[in-house]
Structure formats: structure tokens, C-alpha cells
Design a protein around this ligand. Structure first.
Ligand SMILES: Nc1ncnc2c1ncn2[C@@H]1O[C@H](COP(=O)(O)OP(=O)(O)OP(=O)(O)O)[C@@H](O)[C@H]1O
Length: 249
């Protein structure tokens, strides 16, 4: 079982609209996979399906060999949502210790998680008094403190300065090197380039699933932004590729 996540023909409807439209893909273990796509393309919905909190219309999502959402996965999957999910009336340290205890971890792991996200100096501060970027790092510390095998991070670096973003990406790669699987969503192309593998979603469909180097090579350009634009345009109705696809089918 080499893949941490295997998704087959995933269809999700939300608010009467098709939001994910027949996605099939796998996410390899021990690597950082980026989930890229414009706002509203379905990234969060995809992550929710992997975590097992999204009602799906059709398809299967298998996580670490179990159906998504299985109780056995509770301690094996960490999920960082876009909205901070920490207690505002507790300090950073109290939050980290609380989430550590839920996963059978202790104070040392809580302090380590706080240090890993660069919040040691603010550890004694109430979450309600943190900046937005600090609050989201406090959430990240709590998502990582249980040392889950699979980490799902929804835009973890939004609102962080460039130095912190670089530190966090170094941390993600160190975790992957130690065997953790990470699925990380982002809008930002310089972050896409940092991933081992990329899934590009547009309007609920998967339009690329490859390494950054292979995506650049297939598009014939060095710039990943430009490569994605070409892939998107190639899939639009009326484009030469889309017309050729229709004629072939
Ligand atoms: N609770 C909901 N009810 C109905 N529609 C929803 C709901 N949540 C999301 N949607 C719709 O589903 C689609 C995909 O949303 P999703 O949040 O998965 O996109 P996203 O790619 O994560 O966007 P962003 O990058 O802006 O976070 C959007 O059209 C959105 O309006």
C-alpha cells in the first residue's frame, strides 16, 4: 500500500451544484502533495472528503487503507481548516497541551509543536490577543501536535511573512522526509513549486496530477504559473486540444 490517499470517481454536490466532478487520483506517502486551483474550484471540499466530514454523492475515498472518516483514522489524520480552530480564551501553550492530551501526547510534544511553528515567544499569550497569522500558526501547532501520519493543511501559509513561509515549508519537507504524508492547498505558485507532486483542480475537475517538473515539461514552459494557464486554456471549450478530445471520443 504505497498511497496514503486513493480517490476514485469522487462526485460531490453542495447547495444543489456539482462541486467535485468525477475526481480520481492518489496521494503518495512520505511526500508533500500540493492541491492547487482558483478560489471556489473545490480544494476545501476535496480535503473535507479526505478527512471524512463531507457528504459525497458518489465515489470512494480511501485513507491509509481505510474508508475516509473511519474511527481508526482519528489519531492518524491531522486537519488544519482555513478558519483557526483553537480556543480563544486559552493561551497558545494551553491549547497545544489540550490537543496533545487528546492524542496521548505530553508537554514536551506540545512545546515542540509550538516551536515548530515559530510561536515559542507567544506561548503564554491568550489566542484572542494574537495576530491573524499567529492565530493560524497556533491552529497549525494543534493540528501537528499528535504527530499524525497524514496531515491535511488548507492554506497553512496565508498571512505569514516570507521568512515564516520558508520556515514552514522547510518543516513540511522535514516531516515528509521522516515519513509523514502532507496534502497542502495553496493559491500561490511559488508554493506549488515547493511540492513533490501537484494536483490542479479547476471547476471541480482534476486537470493535472504530476510533479512540478513534469507539468512544466508537458506545457513546454519553465514558469509554473504559465504552465497552469496553458493547461487551463487547453481544457476550455473551443481550444484546439479540447476539440481534438471531443473528436476522439
Ligand atoms: N456549505 C456550502 N454550501 C453550498 N455550496 C458550498 C458550500 N461550501 C462551498 N460551496 C461551494 O462549493 C464550491 C467549492 O468550494 P471550496 O470551498 O471547496 O473551494 P476552494 O477551492 O477551497 O476555494 P478557496 O480557495 O476560495 O478556499 C464553491 O462554488 C462554493 O461556493
Amino acid at each position: 500500500m504505497d498511497d496514503a490517499i486513493a480517490v476514485h470517481d469522487l462526485l460531490v454536490d453542495r447547495g444543489g451544484r456539482r462541486v467535485l466532478d468525477g475526481i480520481s487520483c492518489t496521494v503518495p506517502r512520505g511526500a508533500v502533495t500540493g492541491l492547487l486551483g482558483p478560489s471556489g474550484s473545490g480544494k476545501t471540499t476535496f480535503m473535507r472528503a479526505v478527512v471524512g466530514v463531507q457528504v459525497v454523492t458518489r465515489g470512494t475515498v480511501t485513507v491509509l487503507g481505510q474508508p475516509a472518516g473511519s474511527p481508526a483514522l482519528r489519531h492518524q489524520v491531522g486537519y488544519l481548516t482555513q478558519a483557526p480552530s483553537v480556543y480563544a480564551d486559552l493561551t497558545v501553550r494551553e491549547n497545544a497541551r489540550y490537543f496533545a492530551a487528546l492524542h496521548g501526547r505530553g508537554r514536551a510534544e506540545a512545546d515542540q509543536a509550538i516551536s515548530d511553528v515559530g510561536l515559542t515567544r507567544a506561548a503564554g499569550q491568550l489566542v484572542s490577543t494574537l495576530s491573524g497569522g499567529q492565530r493560524s500558526r497556533a491552529s497549525l501547532a494543534c493540528a501537528l501536535v499528535g504527530e499524525p501520519e497524514l496531515v491535511i493543511l488548507d492554506e497553512p501559509t496565508v498571512g505569514q511573512d516570507p521568512v515564516l513561509r520558508a520556515d514552514l515549508w522547510a518543516r513540511f519537507h522535514a516531516m515528509a522526509a521522516a515519513g509523514t504524508t502532507l496534502l497542502v492547498s495553496s493559491h500561490v505558485m511559488d508554493e506549488a513549486a515547493r511540492c513533490d507532486r501537484l494536483l490542479l483542480i479547476r471547476e471541480g475537475r482534476l486537470i493535472a496530477d504530476d510533479s512540478p517538473a513534469a507539468i512544466r515539461a508537458a506545457a513546454g514552459v519553465d514558469d509554473l504559473d504559465e504552465a497552469f494557464l496553458r493547461l487551463i486554456r487547453a481544457g476550455e471549450p473551443g481550444s484546439a486540444d479540447a476539440t481534438a478530445g471531443r473528436e476522439a471520443s
